[in-house]
Ligand binder design. Structure first.
Ligand code: ADP
Length: 261
């Protein structure tokens, strides 16, 4: 009698062991796939600008160098490609740090109104090129202090506003507003009347490398990492990010921040 019970216990243990091993291997496989996909994405993102740069250099070497105006134009374009590569590498560096939790927040009290104004100043030219008006709507006088990592929040605002310009329409608007939210929080909204996002794509926006327009000849450059970075930074602050969008109407991204005490 006892022998059978022991046998049963043993069998159960063996089964449990096998089940655990299976789960372990599956999770390793998931991680391995994840890594493989990440590397695949990186090389894909780097290839387009690299080949562009190479294209201009080769054309110059093959004779275009002789014409002064062509030479200048091609060198400028090659330089744009290099700038884009640098931009992608910076984003990759940032996302890697954020994903391994290697980014310490440097939180302090600062005036969020001033920060939005700074970001507007920096992006004014970019917006003007597309004749997009940047507007700011606040309930407060001229200061509202929040407690957060200023530099990271500047990046969040920059990424969101740059997107509203990139995916905005000519003569469109981007509005930033700040309002009281639940107790001790403010809600910062970035609203555009741009191309908008289809419902089925909204849930995937914050994934690394996700883009609505996947064609290699996208008119808007970028790394496909901007929103993944934004989400990581907001969540590192233990805050929330929301998105609402309608195709051909516009998008609204918003996130919360803690008010300074
Ligand atoms: P990137 O802009 O480099 O492609 P992001 O992670 O910043 O990468 O954005 C991912 C995708 O989300 C974009 O490619 C675009 O399709 C979509 N998107 C982001 N912001 C907006 C916006 N304001 N309006 C419309 N589409 C947007």
């Amino acid at each position: 009698k006892r022998v059978t019970t022991d046998m049963e216990t043993l069998t159960k243990e063996v089964e449990r062991f096998a089940e655990n091993k299976k789960l372990e291997i599956e999770s390793l496989k998931v991680r391995e796939n994840y890594r493989r996909e990440f590397l695949g994405n990186i090389s894909h993102e780097l290839k387009t600008p690299l080949f562009t740069v190479q294209g201009y250099i080769l054309t110059l070497l093959e004779g275009a160098m002789k014409d002064k105006s062509v030479r200048k134009k091609y060198l400028q374009r090659a330089n744009k490609g290099v700038e884009r590569l640098i931009y992608i590498i910076k984003d990759l560096d940032m996302i890697t740090k954020l994903e391994v939790g290697d980014l310490n927040l440097n939180e302090e009290d600062f005036n969020i109104i001033e920060l939005v104004q700074n970001v507007f100043d920096l992006l004014e030219m970019k917006a003007a090129k597309k004749r997009i008006t940047l507007t700011f709507d606040v309930d407060y006088e001229d200061s509202i202090f929040v407690y957060a990592d200023r530099e990271r929040i500047q990046q969040v605002l920059t990424n969101l506003i740059v997107n509203s310009i990139k995916y905005g329409v000519k003569d469109g608007t981007t509005e930033v507003s700040i309002e009281e939210f639940v107790q001790n929080k403010v809600l910062i909204r970035i609203t555009d009347n741009g191309e908008g996002i289809e419902k089925e794509n909204i849930t995937r926006l914050f994934e690394r490398f996700f883009r609505v327009d996947k064609s290699g000849s996208r008119k808007e450059g970028g790394s496909g990492l901007g929103l993944a970075i934004v989400k990581h930074i907001v969540e590192a602050h233990k805050e929330k990010i929301y998105v609402e969008s309608q195709l051909e109407v516009g998008s609204e991204f918003s996130f919360t921040l803690e008010k300074a005490k």
